[in-house]
Design a protein around this ligand. Structure first.
Ligand SMILES: *Cc1c(COP(=O)(O)O)cnc(C)c1O
Length: 433
């Protein structure tokens, strides 16, 4: 049995269904490649963070990291689930606001926000700007002074912890392009500079220790480090934070090999750790903000491809090509990401053998899944790649002038087109003759 997420199952016709919708029918209607998002699964994951924090009686914000996947329909869904969003460009701010997201619930991140972007954020009333560096302090301060406006800000600290998947390293993250370094005293310098500013209203601090993290240890180490610093600042400057933002990076399952904690377990571990540290240091318990991206959206997404050509090199490899690839999912080519996949239009009990699923792009590195056990795949078969919801469509591109796929949201037997498929006209719409 393949690894199925959320509402995914097979119906009597042996077709993969998601959200009560037949994926074969959806593929016929919208074409392939096709992204299908299981809305119930997105809601469940969002509630795993939000309701757990609420149930622990913690003042909180759950702020979805837009970069994992965003569009108007996604932002609407976030509003329904009472999540805010984090954005890293004016384009994401624009989309969120167009979708009706309250600007107050938007948090602006990035290591090189431009003057224009900061101005746009201030003018749109973006709730929180997370200051990343000294240049940004001056840029933002000047904009606010000019407009005679105040702005809620956090500032980003690199606590010197690098967590990836199973383990964390205590010093690795010092070498990062993001945030203020603690050890060299830059974070303290930033604190003093921001506190002295008439227009920057400092609400607290932020850290983000990595991505696709499976266990709580890295977060617990980060909490301890952050509170140690915060307590030093309380002693030295009499300053205590209102907000402690612990970032995102909560892991998801791509293949059988992945075994991450559930959102609830991450939340409980982090909150307990903050409570413990605060009690120990006699520090006032702050609001807890979290920024899950991947863990909200990854497993909810499935990509359906149509199978085309194959090439069998005896004793070497069996290639099967599909009609998408690195244009709709660049992660395998970019950093060797692993995925699982299976037939979506029929169940086969045939003998399985290793096949390598490749895309149609003109790059040898355009491999979606290497040597996966599969039955015979025939042209016109539909092939599902699961857990493609994060950093798939959001990193999609038009390499080889292929069209970006459509995105469909499904829930309770209903489908909703969230992003239409590109057309050839779209492709040349920016070209000048
Ligand atoms: C990317 C990012 C996130 C989300 O990371 P995920 O791994 O998708 O959860 C959250 N916060 C910041 C600052 C980020 O850069």
């Amino acid at each position: 049995m393949p690894l199925l997420f959320g509402t995914a199952t097979f119906n009597e016709s042996e077709h993969l269904t998601i959200g009560g919708c037949d994926t074969v029918t959806l593929a016929e209607k919208y074409g392939t490649p096709l992204f299908i998002y299981d809305v119930a699964h997105i809601r469940e994951r969002a509630r795993g963070f939000k309701q757990t924090l609420n149930s622990l009686g913690v003042k909180n914000k759950v702020i979805y990291a837009s970069k994992a996947f965003c569009c108007l329909a996604m932002y609407k869904l976030l509003e329904e689930e009472e999540l805010g969003c984090d954005v890293v460009s004016a384009g994401e701010i624009y989309t969120a606001i167009k979708a009706g997201m309250s600007p107050e619930n938007i948090e602006f991140h990035g290591n090189n926000k431009t003057k224009e972007e900061l101005l746009y954020a201030v003018e749109q009333g973006v709730g929180t700007i997370i200051i990343d560096n000294f240049y940004e302090i001056e840029l933002l301060s000047a904009i606010l002074k000019e407009k005679n406006q105040k702005q809620h800000v956090l500032f980003r600290i690199t606590p010197g912890i690098n967590a990836e998947t199973h383990d964390y390293i205590l010093t690795g993250q010092v070498d990062s392009k993001f945030g203020f370094d603690v050890n060299s005293g830059q974070a303290t310098q930033a604190l003093e500079r921001i506190l002295a500013d008439d227009h920057l209203v400092l609400k607290g601090v932020h850290c983000h220790i990595g991505s696709q993290i499976f266990s709580a240890e890295g977060f617990l180490a980060a909490v301890e480090k952050m509170l140690t610093i915060l307590n030093e600042w309380k002693q030295a400057f009499g300053y205590s934070v209102d907000v402690l933002n612990m970032g995102g990076g909560f892991g998801v399952q791509y293949t059988e090999a992945d075994d991450p904690l559930e959102p609830e377990a991450f939340v409980k571990a982090i909150v307990n750790s903050v409570k413990g540290q605060c009690a120990l240091l006699d520090y006032a318990f702050p609001e807890i903000w979290l920024e899950p991206g991947r863990s909200i959206i990854a497993e909810a997404g499935t990509t359906i491809y149509t199978v085309g050509s194959e090439k069998v090199i005896p004793e070497v490899r069996h290639y099967v090509s599909v009609d998408g690839g690195m244009g709709d999912n660049i992660r395998p080519a970019l950093y060797g990401a692993k995925y699982d996949g299976f037939l979506a239009n029929r169940i086969s009990n045939e003998q399985q053998s290793p096949k390598t699923i490749v895309g149609k792009y003109c790059e040898s590195g355009d491999v979606l899944i290497k040597d996966i056990e599969l039955p015979t795949l025939r042209p016109e078969d539909l092939f599902a790649v699961t857990s493609t919801g994060a950093y798939g469509y959001s990193m999609a591109n038009n390499y080889n002038r292929n069209l970006k796929p459509a995105v469909v949201f499904v829930e309770d037997g209903h489908e909703k087109l969230a992003i239409r498929r590109e057309t050839y006209e779209d492709l040349i719409s920016l070209d000048c003759e």
